[in-house]
Design a protein around this ligand. Structure first.
Ligand SMILES: CC(C)(COP(=O)(O)OP(=O)(O)OC[C@H]1O[C@@H](n2cnc3c(N)ncnc32)[C@H](O)[C@@H]1OP(=O)(O)O)[C@@H](O)C(=O)NCCC(=O)NCCS
Length: 142
């Protein structure tokens, strides 16, 4: 398995994973199509996505974007691993890489919302508050 930057032609494979992880939320796929595509569009603040590749197949992806709120903050989103490869350390490797890259870009903190706080706790994030019945706002220091 290796991790590299998202390429435009990877987007359909990434959306296929998203469909499998969120079969009842087609809105996510529509939004993600635009938000993954934004890496290849001109813009002042551009998101950065990475993908995990195993035997030439895309098996995971994750995104990060600097925030205008404060130059030391990034937000993390669309963290998804192919269900057939979950629990094998791929999500952990992708987040650790994004944290290292964020540090190089002088980031200090990463904010995210998630339904899986235990997964992020093990990466050093802590919960700030619930934002809905199922989602929690978390912060991590890079
Ligand atoms: C959540 C997700 C990204 C984790 O990626 P992964 O590759 O399956 O996770 P890893 O194998 O790196 O797991 C790392 C550790 O976190 C734990 N973990 C993984 N998912 C967890 C979960 N949902 N709840 C609690 N712990 C979890 C694992 O047990 C493992 O612990 P260990 O190192 O002590 O064995 C992945 O399962 C996924 O895509 N889920 C569906 C989509 C989703 O929920 N995305 C996140 C929304 S913000």
């Amino acid at each position: 398995m290796h991790i590299r930057a998202l390429r435009k032609q990877d987007i359909p494979a990434a959306l296929k994973i998203l469909k499998e992880n969120y079969p009842h939320t087609p809105l996510y796929v529509r939004r993600a199509r635009h938000e993954l595509g934004a890496m290849f569009e001109p813009g002042v603040v551009i998101p950065h996505y990475i993908v995990a590749i195993e035997s030439k197949k895309l098996i995971g992806f994750a995104g990060i974007c600097p925030s205008w709120m404060d130059y030391g903050f990034s937000t993390l989103f669309w963290v998804n691993v192919d269900p057939r490869f979950q629990g094998a350390g791929i999500g952990t490797k992708m987040i650790k890489l994004l944290m290292r890259q964020a540090k190089k870009h002088k980031m200090k903190y990463i904010l995210l919302t998630t339904t899986r706080p235990a997964f992020y706790r093990h990466l050093g994030f802590r919960t700030l508050m619930p934002t809905s019945k199922t989602y929690k706002l978390m912060i991590g220091t890079v």
